[in-house]
Ligand binder design. Structure first.
Ligand code: NAG
Ligand code: NAG
Length: 838
């Protein structure tokens, strides 16, 4: 009884925080998300600034939402600048001011629309099915009392044509596990909670409409079908309507965000909605999959994800499932999408009913698993909007994600105490590799991994069985390398520019780090054509992650700016030894660039659970410490990394670690394989400790004196080069910091540039835009790296506002004439299926 009350209170509190914010109106008001010191009352701040206090920002601790009538300026930031000006002129004293309690502030912008990740296939092909399989299917349906009219069409559940090409879920149901006790939230364009197929499982309290600010996520636009279709895959009831969901006794809620304007604050609220009761968030959308977008969630959304894995589900962590993306035919790669490459999300790609890779499903080193979707002449048959309406046209990675969501609901139903990382572990351990040509290779854990298929296809029976006896992993630990400064031109063609960081046993011990789960690599590259770049990471065990691959349409004249790539391919490695990053400029042309710096982060299991800490919430300056670190030149070497291709089990011909083409030249300053001893001094940099290591005594590199003399000569030159580059980068970085972070140095420089800067400030009021604009200006004085960029280029940063790109996928596919597998490219959402409704 008491427990019940406790949960009741908890969920009531969660509800109050999000649903009880007054509806936003972006036509009349500006909204500010502000992180305040806990000692300051939001109403006091509101009174001071003439804002209206709307309420706490969902589950984000000490974050609040304020509004003010629409105004061109950022009035919060203006007030802070004014206070600084007055302090500088001694018109105001240094004593604490209400404004000093602002830890973070962000005026909310309307986001570019996310794109739904579906593809419309053609009508099913008629192929005769084996009689025995049909009989077995009927027998199962009888035993389970499944009378749903399209159950027999739901090949992803039980495939009678190609036996085995399905989720392998019916024996899970027969064992009594059908999703009871688990709740999945479909974050999408609505959910038809009045549908016969969904109404019994619908969970209203976990639902909300962030587009129209109403409690129920009713689909309203003509193409608001996507969310309902996804919901049907997860938890359509066992009844007389359409088919069944994978977890047909689970609860299903809907949060509507894709059908109108939202801001980062709305999206943060949406993905934390009813955090204690929505166990799994199903996200079949993302930035445009056009092969040229590189976009990550804003800082509030990142904070929301970290909050969810730390506090959601009573501290066990919410499960995020993201569709990998449909841009494969446009060379897109899920590592260019900051949602799919987050360590907190499970990225799910698609295979078709023949276990073949469908043309649309993106590959990347961050992809954990695949499951069934459209292609090969059929698609996913599921519920549609309407009282008893079905579709046979659900497809794309959009349709794969929710099948995983349903499977995870079954897993949680069997074993509710699993943490978010246990779910990822179980996926890695039980996914089933299959016989399709790809870059399969055996990982240190003894599992096959392919960038195209992750660890293989989900098997519901295998994962639920494994979950029953799974020993929970110890809490998360992490190890951060220092920033590795490379600052060298990238050679064109096959040859790469490599940089090495060696992780020692001591470093990991100190970080309480036992074994790797995710690795992330944050890097800066300046380049005149981003699409020409590729990045590989070679682990101490020799496994090669293709972190980034070339994209033919990505013309952006910027390289990578503090972009974080992720890989799950090193799961289970110890992490000790040399990590080598190899950057290539694969196109020989006049577009060149240089590799600035990188930072490796290992995320994994702790050694001692008692000593584990919670990761602090990310903040916008997390990656701004490049130049705080000594600008020690990283050792670099030119290597050719063999690309793994071929069938499962095929051995790569060359050991990738072997450096070839060592061509010492002034241009690339290449140095042959080197122990990365200088960096070994970074042992003190574990976790979030400040990184101020000193260069070690000069190493011998284990080579002859003559070679050493050569090496040190070369190093001398590099040092001189890097020295001057460092000065430039330091200034540029400082400039960049100043435009986003408030400090007193800002004032000094700002004064000097007031005339020039004044006019632009309004335009560049958003953090990212301001950052780039200012840096470019300063950079231009010292270094011509940004020559030729117009303001427009500078403003079109990833993560910035662009034109709306809803439904862009279809346009793209039509233009590209994609018509493989007899599917017609297209976004599900657009009406299309009208003719197909049953
Ligand atoms: C599929 O489920 C059956 C039980 O129905 C099980 O015996 C089999 O091992 C499962 N497949 C895999 C790959 O685990
Ligand atoms: C395949 O994996 C093994 C060890 O796991 C490694 O030695 C080899 O280099 C890998 N090949 C590629 C191309 O990743």
């Amino acid at each position: 009884m008491r427990i019940l009350n406790f949960w009741h209170l908890l969920s009531a509190a969660a509800l109050a925080s999000a649903a009880h914010l007054p509806p936003r109106n972006y036509n009349t008001h500006d909204y500010y998300a502000i992180h305040l010191s806990p000692s300051t009352s939001p109403s006091e701040l509101a009174a001071h600034l003439g804002l209206t206090y709307d309420g706490p920002l969902g589950s984000l601790v000490d974050h609040h939402l304020f509004k003010a009538p629409k105004h061109a300026n950022d009035i919060v930031d203006d007030a802070r600048q004014e206070l600084k000006r007055r302090r500088r002129k001694r018109e105001a004293g240094p004593e604490p001011h209400t404004l000093d309690s602002i830890q973070f502030t962000q005026k909310q912008k309307i986001k570019p629309r996310h794109v739904k990740r579906s593809v419309i296939p053609k009508d099913p092909q008629g192929v005769a099915s084996p009689k025995a399989a049909i009989q077995l299917q009927r027998q199962i349906a009888n035993t389970l009392e499944i009378k749903d009219p399209i159950f027999e069409e739901q090949w992803h559940i039980f495939n009678v044509k190609d036996t085995g090409n399905d989720l392998n879920v019916t024996d899970v149901w027969l064992s009594g596990i059908t999703g009871k006790g688990a709740t999945a939230c479909i974050v999408d364009d609505g959910l038809d909670f009045e549908s016969e197929d969904l109404k019994d499982n619908f969970y209203a309290q976990g639902s909300y409409d962030f587009n129209d600010h109403t409690d129920l996520p009713r689909p309203k636009l003509s193409d608001d079908r996507h969310g309902t279709r996804c919901a049907g895959e997860v938890a359509a009831g066992r009844n007389n309507a359409c088919g069944v969901g994978i977890a047909y006794d689970a609860k299903i809620s809907g949060v509507r965000i894709l059908s109108g304007d939202i801001t980062d604050a709305d999206e943060a609220l949406a993905i934390n909605y009813d955090l204690q009761n929505n166990d799994i968030y199903s996200c079949s959308w993302g930035p445009p999959d056009d092969g040229k977008t590189m976009q990550k969630p804003g800082i509030l959304i990142e904070k929301a994800m970290v909050t969810a894995v730390q506090k959601g589900r009573g501290g066990k962590g919410s499960i995020y499932v993201f569709a990998a993306g449909n841009g494969a035919a446009a060379d897109d790669n899920c590592n260019f999408d900051g949602y799919t490459n987050s360590i907190y999300s499970i990225t799910v790609g698609a295979i078709d009913k023949n276990n073949v890779h469908p043309y649309y499903s993106e590959a990347c080193s961050a992809q954990l698993v695949v499951t069934y979707s459209s292609g090969g002449g059929d698609a996913i048959h599921t519920t549609d909007v309407g009282a008893n309406t079905c579709t046979s046209q659900h497809g794309g990675t959009s349709a794969a994600g929710p099948i995983a969501v349903g499977t995870y609901a079954l897993v949680l139903s069997a074993r509710p105490e699993l943490t978010w990382r246990d779910m990822q572990w179980l996926t890695v351990m039980t996914a089933v590799p299959f016989d399709q040509p790809s870059d399969w290779n055996k990982t240190s854990l003894g599992k096959m991994f392919s960038h195209q298929f992750g660890y293989g296809k989900l098997d519901a029976y295998a994962i639920v069985e494994a979950a029953k006896t799974w020993e929970l992993v110890k809490p998360q630990a992490w190890f951060y390398s220092p920033w590795m400064h490379v600052k060298k031109p990238i050679p064109q063609g096959d040859q790469g520019l490599a940089s090495v960081f060696e992780v020692t046993e001591e470093m990991l011990k100190k970080a309480n780090f036992e074994r790797v789960e995710h690795i992330t690599l944050t890097m800066n590259i300046q380049h005149q054509r981003r699409g020409d770049l590729s990045v590989d990471l070679i682990s101490p065990d020799g496994y090669v992650s293709h972190l980034s691959t070339a994209r033919r349409d990505d013309e952006a004249a910027i390289g990578y700016e503090d972009w974080t790539f992720m890989s799950v391919a090193h799961w289970g490695e110890k992490g000790i030894g040399k990590w080598t990053v190899v950057v290539k400029d694969v196109k020989v042309n006049d577009k060149t660039g240089s590799f600035t710096d990188w930072k490796l982060r290992l995320w994994g299991e702790s050694i001692d659970a008692e000593k584990a800490k919670l990761r602090p919430l990310p903040d916008e300056h997390d990656d701004d410490d490049h130049d705080v670190v000594d600008n020690h030149p990283a050792h670099t070497t030119s290597v050719v990394v063999p690309t793994a291709t071929g069938a499962p089990g095929e051995k790569p011909s060359d050991h990738p670690d072997r450096p070839v083409n060592q061509k010492p030249s002034a241009a690339t300053s290449s140095v042959s394989t080197t122990p990365a001893s200088p960096t070994a001094d970074a042992s003190a940099t574990a976790s979030s400790a400040p990184e101020n290591f000193l260069p070690s005594p000069f190493p011998t590199f284990g080579v002859s004196k003559r070679t050493q003399i050569w090496i040190y000569g070369a190093l001398g030159l590099i040092l001189i080069f890097c020295g001057s580059l460092a000065v430039y980068l330091y200034l540029a970085r400082r400039k960049r910091l100043q435009s986003t972070r408030d400090n007193y140095e800002f004032e000094m420089l700002d004064d000097a540039e007031d005339d020039e800067g004044g006019a632009r400030t309004g335009m560049l009021s958003n953090a990212a835009g301001g950052k780039k604009g200012k840096r470019a200006r300063r950079g231009g004085e010292l270094y011509d790296a940004f020559a030729g960029e117009s303001d427009e280029d500078l403003l079109s940063d990833s993560g910035d506002e662009g034109p709306y790109r809803d439904r862009e996928e279809r346009d793209y596919n039509e233009k590209a004439g994609i018509n493989e597998d007899s599917d017609t490219g297209g976004s599900s959402s657009s009406a299309s299926s009208a003719g197909k409704r049953q």
